[in-house]
Write a protein of this length. Structure first.
Length: 524
């Protein structure tokens, strides 16, 4: 009996141990499923509030359920249903609760990249038209996507090439016999020329020999002409004598020329007699002018003598040694300015930054460092979000527009050394608005930065009472020229708050000289 009781207790323990293991396994599976559901599933009480709208298209060009919905280019929701309703396609889509869509909003179908992913784009419209209630219809506009346009243009180009190929093929087909005859004739011509050359090889050689003989004969002819001139100098003299005879015969015309000259002199004499008083006055004026010039020269001599003796203000300046000392000090000052310029370092670089909702910035940096206490920062910023502004008309209407223009950062920075670290304070323009900033250096290649700018924000007219943009992050130089930066953006506004990251290159003037010298540019 005792042995049987022990066996029964042992079986009960083994049974309870197996059930406990099974229970633990079930609990773990349930917890893992709950984690996956909370992480990736759409739990209604964790999902962000949305609102739904409807739009209609004749052709959705492959848009399907679950596709992105972008409001003014920003991801804002997804397509919930795509159904046929008569001859049109009905699209039910949703956007986040905080995004406003107005009555004059329009919808279109766009394409993302060259892969052809479709999305539903919404132009939100203007606030003046009033907000569109949820569940109402957004008007659609048929706009071909960039990829579709490209494919259409490529198709047209391919068709044109096909036509050209067909035309060339027809031309070749129609003129095949003519081309063959031309090639045969060319071949025959070449062979005939070859035979003629072979048959008349001796004649060609004789012709070349005759040309050589002719050239030698011409040289002999030139030499003979020279010898003829030398031998016939007397004859040439006789020719010159004959020319002098001809000139003597021309003397008959000289009396006529002399008579004309006499008549001219008589006319000049009569003119002088008629204007004798005027000529006398001119001579008197010339005499007075010479007398005045003599007096002026005497006065100049007196002034120069006074300058040599150091009299007068100009004389004192010329003879005063202090003037020389002041000039010497000026030259030394210019020399010190040159030393400052030589000590100044120039940094040039560029970086790209990626922000929330896929937005990005491209930044060109120019940094001028005259000494260790301060520096000047200039940046040209290209923002994919653009700049939004309001435009008012004389009739009271107001529209919201977006422009994509470069923005500029121009700041003055001052360095302070505190507790073994460097603190830099900056101020001036930040992306074409007023802004301030600070950098706390952990070591030479790492620092924490903070920027506060855009105090009177107008970049999001649909959001009222926005606070300035506050950006805090970490800057880390991986190498001397390569660096990364990351952190939080727009931290004072909960709706716009997000992270950002970027990578860039920064070169000092010494690096630029090395690089430019490496590509063969003259650097002095």
């Amino acid at each position: 009996m005792i042995l049987n009781d022990i066996k029964i207790l042992t079986r009960i323990k083994m049974t309870l141990s197996t059930e406990a293991k099974l229970g633990i396994f079930v609990v773990l599976v349930a917890l893992a499923s709950a984690f996956l559901i909370f992480t990736f599933g759409e739990i209604p009480f964790f999902k962000e509030k949305t609102k739904q709208y409807i739009t209609y298209f004749k052709d959705v060009a492959g848009l399907s359920k679950g596709a992105e919905v972008r409001v003014a280019g920003v991801r804002a929701g997804e397509v919930k249903e795509v159904t046929l309703e008569g001859a049109r396609v009905k699209i039910l889509f949703e956007v986040r609760e905080g995004i406003k869509i107005y009555k004059d909003a329009t919808a279109y179908i766009g394409t993302l990249g060259l892969m052809g992913d479709k999305y539903l784009g919404i132009n939100p419209g203007s606030p003046e038209s009033g907000e569109l209630k949820r569940g109402q219809v957004v008007q659609s506009e048929e706009i071909a996507s960039d990829t579709d346009k490209l494919i259409e243009e490529l198709s047209i180009t391919a068709q044109e090439f096909r036509r050209v190929a067909q035309n060339l093929s027809l031309i070749l087909e129609e003129n095949r016999l003519t081309l063959r005859e031309t090639l045969v004739n060319l071949n025959t011509l070449v062979s005939n020329l070859n035979e003629i050359t072979i048959q008349n090889k001796e004649n060609i050689n004789r012709t070349l020999e005759n040309l050589r003989i002719l050239t030698a004969s011409l040289e002999n002819l030139i030499n003979n002409v020279n010898s003829v001139v030398t031998e016939n100098k007397s004859s040439i003299k006789e020719i010159s004598t004959d020319l002098s005879v001809i000139l003597s015969e021309l003397k008959e015309d000289l009396p006529v020329l002399v008579a004309n000259l006499k008549e001219l002199s008589a006319n000049l004499n009569s003119i002088v007699k008629a204007n004798r008083t005027d000529i006398s006055r001119i001579l008197v004026s010339l005499r007075k002018g010479t007398e005045n010039l003599a007096e002026v020269s005497q006065e100049l001599n007196i002034i120069l003598a006074r300058l040599e003796r150091g009299e007068g203000t100009l004389g004192k300046l010329l003879t005063d040694e202090s003037l020389y000392k002041n000039l010497n000090k000026g030259v030394k000052t210019l020399g010190k300015a040159g030393e400052v310029v030589e000590k100044t370092h120039l940094y040039i670089g560029m970086r790209g930054e990626l922000y929330r909702e896929g937005d990005s910035k491209g930044i060109l940096t120019v940094k001028l460092v005259p000494d260790r206490k301060k520096y000047y920062l200039l940046e040209v910023v290209g923002d994919s979000r653009g700049r939004v502004y309001r435009e008012e008309y004389l009739d009271g209407r107001e529209t919201v527009k977006k422009e994509f223009k470069p923005e500029f950062t121009l700041q003055y920075a001052r360095n302070f050394h505190l507790f073994g670290h460097t603190l830099t304070l900056r101020g001036g323009l930040k992306e074409s608005t007023g802004g301030i900033g600070a950098d706390l250096y952990i070591d030479s290649g790492k620092y924490i930065f903070a920027d506060l700018w855009d105090f009177g924000r107008k970049d999001r007219p649909q959001d009222k009472n926005l606070k300035p943009n506050l950006q805090i992050g970490f800057h880390w130089h991986l190498t001397r020229n390569l660096y990364i930066r990351f952190g939080g953006d727009d931290l004072l506004n909960s709706k716009l708050r997000g992270a950002f990251g970027g990578i860039g290159l920064l070169f000092r003037d010494d690096d630029l000289k090395y690089l430019l010298g490496g590509v063969g540019l003259p650097i002095r």
